[in-house]
Design a protein around this ligand. Sequence first.
Ligand SMILES: Cc1cc2nc3c(=O)[nH]c(=O)nc-3n(C[C@H](O)[C@H](O)[C@H](O)COP(=O)(O)OP(=O)(O)OC[C@H]3O[C@@H](n4cnc5c(N)ncnc54)[C@H](O)[C@@H]3O)c2cc1C
Ligand code: FES
Ligand code: FES
Length: 476
Amino acid sequence: MISFILNDREYSTELPAGAVTLDLLRGEAGLSGTKEGCREGDCGACTVLLGTPLAQGIKYMAVNSCILPVGELSGRHLVTIEGVNLEKELSPIQQIFVEEGASQCGFCTPGLIMSLTGYLLGTVDPDDIGAADALAGNICRCTGYVSIRKAGKAVSLKIGYSPAECCSSSKHLEWLVEKEILPPYFLGIENMLKTMDAAEPDASESSASGKTVTVAGGTDLFALEAEELTNTDLRFLSRETEMNGITTQENRVLIGAGATVRDILDSEVFYNLGNLEPSLQLIASAGVRNRATVGGNIVNASPIGDLTIIFLALDAKLRISKGSDYREVQLKDFFSDYKVLDLSPDELLEGLEYTAPDFDTFINFEKVAMRKHLDIASVNSAASFIVKYNRIKKADISAGGVAPIPLYLEKTCDILTGNIISTGTARLAADTACDEISPIDDIRGSAVYKKLLLRRLILSHFIELFPHQIDLEDLL
Ligand SMILES: Cc1cc2nc3c(=O)[nH]c(=O)nc-3n(C[C@H](O)[C@H](O)[C@H](O)COP(=O)(O)OP(=O)(O)OC[C@H]3O[C@@H](n4cnc5c(N)ncnc54)[C@H](O)[C@@H]3O)c2cc1C
Ligand code: FES
Ligand code: FES
C-alpha cells in the first residue's frame, strides 16, 4: 500500500511501486485532466507537481507523470491540474492563457499550466527567460509557441517578486496563495504530510523475481522499460538523501550520485564554471532535469550522456560501494565497451569527486543536437585546460557520440600538454581528436559528419575560451 496526498486529500493505492503515476491518475483516480501523449518524457502533456517534505517546508517540482513510478509518491504531495483550479474562477495563469490566445484544442494546456506553476513554486524572482525555459519541455501541436511564450512572460510580469527568501518556505506558499496561483488548501499540506502514515514502498511486496532494480530519477528506466518494471523490485535512491549532496572539501568537489541536474543548477558549485551552467539548461527539459541524476547519467552509459561528458573533462573519480566496502575508479576507466561498465550488479555508484577548478582552469562544453531543446546530442564534447603563462599544463577533453562509450580523448590530451595556446595548437587538437575516434553511421548522422562535428567542437573550445589568442580567419 502506497499512501500520499493527492491534491487536497490523502490517497492510498494498491498499485505496485513500479506502476506509472500517469496511469494511476487517469485510470484508478479518474483525474483525466493530466493528458497522455508520448509516454517517454518528451511532450510534457502529463506534467504534474511533486512536493517533497523537507526538514522545514516542502520542495515542489514539475515532473513528467508518465515516467514517474508510483513508489516515488509515498509520503509526498502529488498535484494535478485539478488541484490548482480555484473554486469559481480561472486562476491568473489560466486567465492569461485565455487572454494571450495560448490555447486552441487545449490538449497541451494542462501540462503548460503545471510547468508554469512548478516554475513559480521553484523561484522567488520569476522572469520571462525562466518562464520560457520552464515551458520548453511542453510540446503544442496547434497554438504556436509565440502566444505560449507571451503567456509565460505575462504571468511572470504580473506576479512580480516573492517576499520570501527561499522557495520552500511557507511564506512563499502564502504569497502564491495570495496571488491565487495556488488554492488555499496548499497551506495545510505540510501538517497533513507530517501526520500521515506513509510507509516506505516495500520492494519485496511488488515482485517475487528476486532481482532489484535501482531507480534514481527513473528518466531513462521509465522512458524505455516502464512495462517491464511494473512488477519488478525497485530500490528508490531519491529516498537515500545522503546520496543527494553537493559539497566541497578543501579543493575537492563531492557530488552524490543521487544529485539531480536541477540540484547542480541550484548549487553554487557550478557558478563561474565557464558555460557549464547555461549548458546544463540544454539537458532535456525542466521536468526531466528535476529528476535526472548524475549517477543515472553515468551508469546508463550512453555514449552521448551530457553529464558524463562534462565529468570526464573534469577528470572525475567515482566512489563505488558494495555493502560497507568502498572502492574508487577514474571515470575515464569506467567504460570498456558499449554499455559495459566496471560496476557489478550488487554495487552502487555512491558519487564522484573532482578537483575544484581555480583561476587557471578554463572549461567549456559544446553540444550539437537535431534541435536545441529537449534533444540528446549528435556529438558533444567538454574541455578543461589548466593554463599557466599561456602554456597548457594539463588538458582533459572528452567526446560523446563518436565511439561506443563516452570517450576521454587520451592522445589529444597528451599531445596538448606543454603547448602554448595558439591557432596551431587548436588545429593540432582537432586533428589529433579526429585521428583518435572511429564513429559509425547511425540515426544521429554519418561517421563522416560526426568527425566533422567533433573537429568543429574542439575548435570551438579554443575559440570560446581563448578568443584573443586564436586567429579565426587562419583557423577556419
Ligand atoms: C525526454 C528526455 C530527454 C533527455 N535528454 C537528455 C539530454 O539532453 N542529455 C542527457 O545526457 N540525457 C538526457 N536524457 C536521459 C536521462 O534523463 C539522463 O541520462 C539522466 O541523467 C538519467 O538519470 P536517472 O536518474 O533518471 O537514471 P535512471 O533512469 O534512474 O537510471 C538509469 C540507469 O542507471 C542505474 N542507476 C542509477 N543510479 C545508480 C547508482 N547510483 N548506482 C548504480 N546504478 C544506478 C539504474 O538502475 C538504471 O540502469 C533524457 C531523457 C528523457 C526522457
Ligand atoms: S506523456 Fe509525453 S511527457 Fe509524459
Ligand atoms: S493547444 Fe492544441 S496541442 Fe497545444
